[in-house]
Design a protein around this ligand. Structure first.
Ligand code: CO
Length: 136
């Protein structure tokens, strides 16, 4: 039986820079680095609270996911970090030079406020910030 999503791995060209990003910019708890000689990799792990898997599919065959599937096919689409003050986090990250896909948060699933950081600002990974709405 599957018991948990154990981890998500992101390939990064500059480990120190990415560690700094996840610690300082995304406020995640750093668990340290390990050189896995057998796999010829240096790894860094960060603790995150219990999470969920989101499957995303085009609504009525259109929208950004339709474009994504057409261009890249099925695959890992984005990571989403929960925020308790999305406007403040957007402002803080913009000041650090992060580029966003829109100017301000919009309404997402479960009445949450969401905004996406451009993949070029984050090692090629699309990052969503989400502030839960009142109904969850
Ligand atoms: Co999402």
């Amino acid at each position: 039986m599957i018991t948990a999503l154990d981890h998500i791995a992101i390939a990064v060209p500059d480990l120190e820079k990415s560690i700094k990003r996840f610690m300082e910019d995304f406020d995640l708890e750093f668990n340290g680095t390990e050189e896995v000689v057998t796999a010829k990799t240096s790894t860094a792990f960060f603790q995150v609270p219990a999470t969920r898997i989101e499957l995303v599919h085009p609504l009525n065959g259109e929208g950004p996911i339709a474009g994504y599937l057409e261009k890249k096919g099925a695959g890992l689409h984005h990571l989403c970090f929960r925020s308790d003050d999305i406007e403040a986090d957007v402002e803080r990250l913009k000041a650090k030079g992060y580029q966003f896909l829109s100017d301000a948060p919009s309404l997402g699933a479960h009445n949450s406020k969401v905004i996406f950081i451009h993949p070029r600002s984050c090692d090629g990974v699309l990052i969503e910030l989400s502030q839960p709405g009142d109904d969850r």
